[in-house]
Design a protein around this ligand. Structure first.
Ligand code: NAD
Ligand code: DAU
Length: 359
């Protein structure tokens, strides 16, 4: 039985990944989920698996050396999949220190503890041990509107405190590979969307606001481009990199699915209108009249676009979910889980929303 330590497994991508690996491997694996349950971590995301015998939840901070060491002492960890991070660019602009702490210190602490537990006396590592660091395409900076792609060889040029802290964490993983021969991979993925995403991010925020008849705040001219990937495709890619990827390598993950933000917002309105029954009173206000252009994000990256050539050629990964299908699945999920949305938007979310959007 293979044992995984997943960090940040109660967040958006982490919880989708845990669902994915239980769906694929069932009782053949054991999963330890280390999550500090920040505002973005939600145990409800894993309700259907919390009673499995081969699942254990540990509430703890990745920066806490004693807590991480204790997990490596108690469990024979074969795979680390490191998601835990502060992940929202707008929050990083307001509070950069929190991002450096969680993302940089958290990663080096996890690396140190894994190295301590796995390294043999001769300085090598057992064959079955693998550490996967989940990173972002934002470390590469911004592309011109006219074209170009992010490759694994693209120089790092982060702009926001978030992307700079992720770049710092990637550099530490590289340093552990180069200095200690530590068995790791880095993945740099584009924008994810799908179930369980916290409504501070573009797609769930727009779905939630539209259903409530609230304004849809589009930053700047709405023409910034992101490369969208359905979250389950990301989960699958991570699993494939761990099982088939070459050790020490970086893989870019993305779906050649570039869209301007304004296109995304208009697609959400269109699909919501198709999905809402005619007698639903919300249908009257879900229209493009809700779109409101607001002040731009500071240092707003213009365009991201991933070249997924390496992961396709070396590992055979391809995205499976087309955007039209993925966005419909996502919208249906939010329709069917309105209690989830109500739970995560009560309390502190209201304060965040008011201070972020000046309402
Ligand atoms: P998220 O904000 O939804 O979840 C983050 C999770 O980490 C939460 O459960 C939170 O409680 C936990 N966490 C935060 N700080 C912690 C700490 N110090 N100790 C333990 N747990 C902590 O984030 P997400 O969107 O699921 O992103 C997960 C990872 O994937 C991040 O590393 C992010 O940089 C990366 N990533 C995200 C995207 C995207 O589009 N969302 C794309 C590429 C890469
Ligand atoms: O590219 C991968 C990254 O994608 C991840 O590393 C990050 O963790 C993740 O949050 C995401 O970052 P973005 O900044 O691209 O995502 P966000 O959903 O915050 O914004 C997407 C685009 O939409 C961006 O150009 C800003 C814009 N936007 C966002 C919000 C929340 C708006 O126009 N209005 C909004 O209210």
């Amino acid at each position: 039985m293979r044992t995984y330590l997943v960090t940040g497994g109660a967040g958006f991508i982490g919880s989708n990944y845990i669902h994915y690996i239980f769906g694929k491997y069932g009782d053949e694996i054991r999963v330890i989920n280390l999550d500090d349950l920040t505002y973005a971590g939600n145990p409800e995301n894993l309700k259907d698996i919390e009673n499995r015998d081969n699942y254990r939840f540990v509430k703890g901070d990745v920066c806490d050396t004693d807590a991480v060491r204790a997990i490596f002492a108690e469990e024979d960890i074969d795979r680390v999949v490191h998601f835990a991070a502060e992940s929202h660019v707008d929050r990083s602009i307001k509070d950069p220190l929190a991002f450096v702490r969680a993302n940089v210190l958290g990663t080096v602490n996890l690396l140190n503890c894994a190295k301590e537990a796995w390294e043999k006396e001769d300085g090598t590592y057992p064959e079955n041990k693998r550490f996967l660091h989940v990173s972002t395409d934002e470390v590469y900076g911004s592309l011109p509107e006219e074209g170009g792609y992010f490759y694994e060889t693209t120089p790092y040029a982060p702009h926001s405190p978030y992307s700079a802290s992720k770049a710092g964490s990637d550099m530490l993983v590289r340093a552990f590979m180069d200095t200690y021969g530590f068995p790791a991979n880095i993945t740099n993925c584009s924008n994810n969307y799908g179930p369980y995403q916290f409504p501070e991010k573009l797609i769930p925020l727009m779905i939630n606001n539209a259903l409530q008849g609230k304004k849809l705040p589009v930053y700047g001219d709405g023409k910034n481009v992101r490369d969208w990937l359905y979250v389950e495709d990301h989960a699958k890619a991570i699993d494939m990199v761990q099982e088939k990827g070459k050790i020490f390598e970086t893989y870019n993950i993305g779906g050649h699915n570039e869209k301007q933000n304004i296109e995304i917002v208009k697609t959400i309105i269109e699909v919501l209108r198709e999905e809402l029954p005619d007698d639903d009173p919300r249908k009257a206000h879900v229209t493009e009249d809700l779109i409101t252009y607001v002040e731009d994000r500071k240092g707003h990256d213009r365009r991201y676009a991933i070249a997924p050539d390496k992961i396709r050629a070396e590992i055979g990964w391809e995205p499976e979910t087309m955007f039209k299908e993925g966005i419909r699945k996502t919208i249906r999920w939010y329709f069917e889980h309105q209690d989830w949305m109500e739970n995560v938007t009560s309390g502190d979310y209201q304060k965040y929303y008011q201070s972020m959007y000046n309402v």
